[in-house]
Design a protein. Structure first.
Length: 348
């Protein structure tokens, strides 16, 4: 039996070297791996109002570091310096987007002015998927993680009753809730005092704006909390998705301590979401980003043939420090629950 593989020739001192045909094959593979990365990277880099398909593709930008790395390996094997250099540059761009250098400024700013004179809020947020999320699991997470503020989206009357039966109101006795059919319901539960101040104007789903007053050891902190649920960027909903995010950006620019928690239906790779973080002179902080969660997805958590993406966030004004960020699966919903500790500077 005779085996035919890539023909090898002997180098001067022994060892083997691939033929030009083999080098060409590696170069072709490098090009194939790089092509989708280049296309999506162009869309990611240019902040214009892209159509729905592009908006959805850009969501998966964090995972492009994998085919970019494969392209670099193939380019090195293909023995073309310019191709290897281009592939290395492509990898560098993906790494920069994974941990952007400008985000460090927001983290440093967030660390200023907090410490012993701060009130801690253990915050959890979850999209309950039309009220189908497991109420017992939600209450267990609240209890085991010491959650003091819970925001829920897609909150329904049946879910409200199941949560009450599971003991949520014993743990978080204060609430402002608006159960509704389909995806329009929302709720905030807390151990702290809550006062409804209004809602995000003209949003697709109701997004309440709530004044939360937290007290701890004689210290008091006031927070303007919004339970976020934007329109998904699909079909005819794309313009509304953009206007919802723009409205949240205007909330971000308000004075005081601002917390936006919930389902943004957007990732850091969307220019529309980055404008929420940078509205005017103040840089808001995505708590998950600050904790290095770019490859920790919050959707989809059910059996879908997609790599996960991070579209649920807790966004804070820069003086609010975040820590202990974690993501938890909850049966019955395709979103993950996100839990994070916020330290809010005390006002007295």
């Amino acid at each position: 039996m005779m085996f035919r593989g890539p023909r090898m020739v002997r180098a001067g001192g022994g060892g083997a070297r691939a033929t030009p045909r083999a080098h060409s094959a590696w170069r072709a593979l490098a090009g194939l791996a790089a092509a989708p990365v280049v296309v999506v990277s162009v869309f990611r880099a240019v902040p214009r109002e892209w159509p729905t398909t592009v908006v959805q593709l850009v969501s998966f930008t964090p995972w492009l570091v994998l085919p970019a790395g494969v392209s670099l390996v193939f380019a090195v094997l293909g023995r073309r310096r310019w191709m290897a250099g281009a592939a290395a540059g492509l990898v560098a761009v993906q790494l920069f987007w994974l941990v952007p250098l400008d985000y460090g400024r927001a983290e440093a700013e967030a660390a200023d002015g907090t410490g012993e004179d701060a009130v801690e809020l253990r915050t959890m947020s979850l999209n309950a998927k039309l009220g189908k999320a497991d109420a017992d699991e939600i209450v267990r997470l609240v209890r085991e993680n010491g959650v003091t503020v819970l925001t829920l989206q897609e909150y329904t009357r049946p879910l409200e009753l199941r949560l009450e039966a599971a003991g949520l109101t014993e743990l978080l006795p204060n609430r402002i809730n608006d159960p509704a059919a389909h995806a329009a319901g929302t709720a905030v539960y807390s151990v702290h005092r809550l006062v409804r101040e209004g809602k995000v104007p003209d949003s697709h789903f109701p997004m309440p704006v709530i004044r939360l007053t937290a007290e701890d050891g004689g210290r008091t902190a006031d927070v303007q909390l919004t339970s976020v649920h934007t329109r998904a960027p699909v079909g005819v909903g794309l313009p509304k998705w953009r206007s919802d995010l723009a409205a949240l950006g205007r909330l971000s620019s308000r004075p005081g301590h601002v917390v936006l928690a919930g389902d943004f239906n957007a990732s850091y790779d969307h220019a529309e979401f980055r404008r929420v973080l940078q509205d005017g002179d103040r840089t808001m902080v995505d708590a998950g980003m600050a904790q290095g969660s770019r490859l920790v997805p919050t959707w989809p958590m059910e059996d879908m043939p997609l790599p996960g993406i991070t579209i649920d966030h807790v966004v804070t004004s820069p003086a609010v420090r975040s820590a202990d960020y974690s993501v938890h699966r909850v049966a019955g919903t395709d979103h993950a629950a996100i839990v994070v500790t916020l330290s809010v500077p005390a006002s007295g």
